[in-house]
Design a protein around this ligand. Structure first.
Ligand SMILES: Cc1cc2nc3c(=O)[nH]c(=O)nc-3n(C[C@H](O)[C@H](O)[C@H](O)COP(=O)(O)OP(=O)(O)OC[C@H]3O[C@@H](n4cnc5c(N)ncnc54)[C@H](O)[C@@H]3O)c2cc1C
Length: 388
């Protein structure tokens, strides 16, 4: 098969790359059904759809969030609702299975050749571009193209095929475990539980999906504890409120919590989303950045193909553009993660006490961090790197 553009991975990054490409594009994914299984808590901000210029379909959204609760190790709750937050937009819990499949459908309807159940094996450079080898059912197929966009998630193989080192130290991998549960009492709220007692280096989340169902999950930094993420989550489920809950789905996965790869392009190659570690290291959220980086890469690939220039010099524009969009933010959250991971549960409780009367302009990680720094002069020596 010969194409202009080959995109590997039909997650949000890959589908957005394909949607934004205006050339002969193929999008391959190893999954038989795009979006399944979901490995995600599915929370996104309200700005996502405006940013990517796509009107969400009804079936992409499971629940609109009305407030956010942050809970400290000893149980102090900071309820961020419309009384506390001026521009009270708390985001959505998506239905990732429908969302991912929906984006891939848009790409296919726009002319992209979509190939599910096609697993990337390796890539090599050719005289005029790239060639990939993939397994489709039991057959090895070859696809030649000018440009390759790697959107194959946290365990990306594509970048390694081009000699880029993407190995991540254990300290920068968050191990996640999640149950989708039903038969539990649910508020239309995102609930986040912090502290080593719940989740060393991460947090426990409850993200509502329906009237009495939710994603109940955990992310931990495995190098901080002997126990597994699942052990902590099972302990959490023992609380009264969740005791009658029934598990309807189990998901596990890893989230990169470092800052992004230093170089996300090479001759004939761009790397997007989780494959380039474009995840907010503080929250583990990566849907937004995956969508934006994919969109940019798709547009740059189109330009490169028009100009017949696939050099790393030309493709470096990709890195400039995504850095303009969210580079500084991810760097700041990386610093914040380094600081917050070292706080003791007692210090987290003090921070929670200090935020009891908090008032915010909008609900964003940045706003909350600024408030923490402002309200905790005694912790300033620990928080000083967060002062911009
Ligand atoms: C438990 C958990 C909870 C999370 N919760 C949230 C959240 O609430 N909000 C948020 O914003 N982010 C969350 N994230 C992170 C978010 O899921 C990712 O950042 C996002 O999915 C990244 O999108 P992507 O397109 O880069 O990669 P992915 O969504 O991982 O897509 C990669 C695609 O590549 C395909 N692929 C991989 N290898 C190959 C191969 N060899 N050949 C062909 N195809 C291949 C995969 O099948 C997959 O479809 C969570 C992650 C986890 C693990």
């Amino acid at each position: 098969m010969k194409k202009d553009l080959i995109v590997i991975g039909a997650g949000p990054a890959g589908s957005m790359a394909a949607i934004n490409s205006k050339c002969d594009t193929v999008l391959i994914d190893q999954r038989a059904e795009i979006g399944v299984p979901k490995q995600c808590a599915e929370g996104v901000s309200e700005s996502l759809f405006k940013k990517i210029g796509i009107k969400p379909k009804k079936e992409w959204i499971s629940k609109k969030i009305k407030y956010t609760s942050l809970i400290s190790p000893s149980g102090i709750e900071i309820k961020l609702d419309d009384k506390r937050v001026k521009k009270a937009k708390f985001g959505f819990v998506l239905n990732r299975k429908n969302f991912d499949k929906g984006l891939a459908e848009i790409a296919a309807n726009n002319g992209t050749e979509l190939m599910p159940k096609t697993r990337f094996i390796k890539a090599e450079r050719t005289e005029n571009g790239v060639k990939i080898y993939a397994k489709r059912f039991n057959e090895t197929i070859e696809i030649e193209g000018r440009i390759l966009i790697a959107c194959d998630g946290v365990q990306s193989k594509v970048a390694k095929s081009f000699g880029l080192n993407t190995t991540l130290p254990l300290r920068y991998i968050e191990s996640c475990y999640q149950y989708e549960m039903t038969n539990i009492e649910i508020e239309p709220a995102v609930e986040l539980y912090f502290g080593r007692v719940y989740a060393p280096g991460g947090y426990v989340w409850i993200f509502p999906k329906g009237e009495n169902s939710a994603n109940v999950g955990i992310g931990i930094v495995p190098s901080l504890t002997e126990k597994r993420a699942k052990d902590y989550l099972d302990d959490f489920l023992k609380r009264e409120r969740l005791k009658g809950g029934k598990i309807v789905e189990i998901n596990a996965g890893a989230v990169p919590i470092s800052t992004p790869l230093e170089k996300t392009y090479a001759d004939n190659l761009m790397i997007c989303g989780d494959a380039a570690r474009m995840v907010n290291p503080l929250t583990g959220g990566g849907i937004h950045t995956a969508c934006i980086s994919g969109s940019i890469a798709g547009k740059i690939a189109t330009k490169a193909i028009e100009k017949e220039d696939y050099s790393e010099k030309f493709l470096s524009e990709y890195q400039k553009l995504w850095k303009n969009e969210f580079g500084k933010e991810l760097e700041y959250y990386g610093k914040a993660q380094e600081v917050l991971i070292k706080l003791t549960d007692a210090e987290l409780d003090k921070i929670a006490e200090s935020l009891q009367e908090i008032k915010l302009e909008s609900i964003s990680t940045m706003e909350i961090l600024k408030a923490i720094v402002k309200m905790n002069p005694k912790l300033l020596w620990k928080l000083k790197s967060l002062i911009t």
